[in-house]
Design a binder for this molecule. Structure first.
Ligand code: DAK
Length: 263
């Protein structure tokens, strides 16, 4: 792979978009490699992912404007589908994905971070949806995910004005969960990922699915989704070990080492 690196650190996988000369902009090759990387992850020994960008200036500065500038309508649609498919794969990936946003997250960069479950960023991070200035709409889910995350009013302001916001404002409006000094960001991301990975893997996966699927439907249907995924946890090694550890007051025995069990 030329533009994506993958590193496995215990139960945590770190994906780095590595095209720093173009501020990690997303061209077709980056999207293809990201897709392949996600497909190749061994879900039996990986419980959380971190997505970040190479270098200290940019997470992802958007879709590649050079590549897009010459696209025909049909090619534009194909490029959009490629991006949307990868972003949706990230969003519905069975395990949690943390975006460690280390600088610019513009256009497709902001959008890819919003396909992740959790966003944390460095103090120099800049978020924005500049597309209307380029004559296009946010096309990798920006109009949909931003409004769901920060509310329609704030999303509309950001998208219509194409104004970028700094890390502290992103934190204030709930776009990111936390802001760290740049040199602490990855350590904090790894710490959070390790904390997730230390919990019962089936339960964590089912929580992700319950939240994602439940948000698409009304509350009556959402509760049914939750009940099913709650029920699915029973009779698993995780559930048996987790509850018996509590009942036996065995603080040393951690369910955290139970390997992922396919039911
Ligand atoms: N694409 C391609 N190259 C980029 C790039 C980008 N988005 N952003 C930066 N680069 C390249 C620059 O061209 C420059 O390359 P060289 O000239 O060195 O070869 C290098 O990265 C360094 O950038 P700068 O020299 O500009 O660095 P500065 O520090 O001066 O400025 C900047 C940093 C991030 C403010 C600036 O680079 C910038 O404004 N970049 C563009 C940001 C942007 O507008 N991003 C949004 C792109 S639009 C679709 C779905 C989705 C999308 C499209 C279609 N469909 C459904 C069809 C998504 C659209 C977008 O993301």
């Amino acid at each position: 792979m030329e533009f994506i690196t993958y590193e496995q650190d215990g139960f945590v996988g770190v994906i780095t978009i590595n095209r720093p000369k173009a501020l990690n902009a997303l061209n077709s090759q980056v999207l293809d490699e990201l897709n392949e990387t996600l497909d190749s992850i061994n879900l039996d020994n990986t419980r959380a992912l971190i997505l970040t960008g190479a270098g200290d200036k940019s997470f992802v500065a958007g879709a590649d404007i050079g590549e897009m500038s010459t696209l025909t309508k049909a090619e534009g649609e194909a490029f959009g589908k490629k991006g949307n498919d990868v972003f949706r794969k990230l969003e519905t990936f069975p395990i949690p994905v943390i975006a460690a946003v280390n600088g610019f997250a513009l256009g497709g960069g902001c959008e890819i971070s919003m396909s992740c479950d959790i966003r944390i960023c460095s103090e120099n991070a800049i978020f924005g949806q500049p597309e209307v200035g380029l004559g296009i709409t946010p096309g990798f889910g920006g109009t949909q995910r931003l409004a769901r995350l920060v509310g329609a009013g704030m999303a509309k302001q950001m998208i219509y004005t194409a104004r970028n916001i700094k890390a502290d404002e992103a934190y204030r409006i709930g776009l990111v969960n936390a802001v760290y000094p740049a040199d602490e960001l990855m350590e904090q991301a790894r710490k959070m990922a390790a904390g997730i990975a230390a919990n019962a893997p089936i339960a964590v996966r089912n929580c992700k699915k319950a939240i994602n699927d439940g948000l698409q439907v009304d509350m009556d249907q959402a509760i049914v989704i939750e009940e099913k995924l709650f029920g699915d946890c029973f009779e698993t090694e995780d559930q048996k070990a987790g509850m018996s550890n509590f009942l036996e007051k065995d603080k040393e025995k951690k369910l955290k080492v139970v390997p992922f069990q396919n039911k």
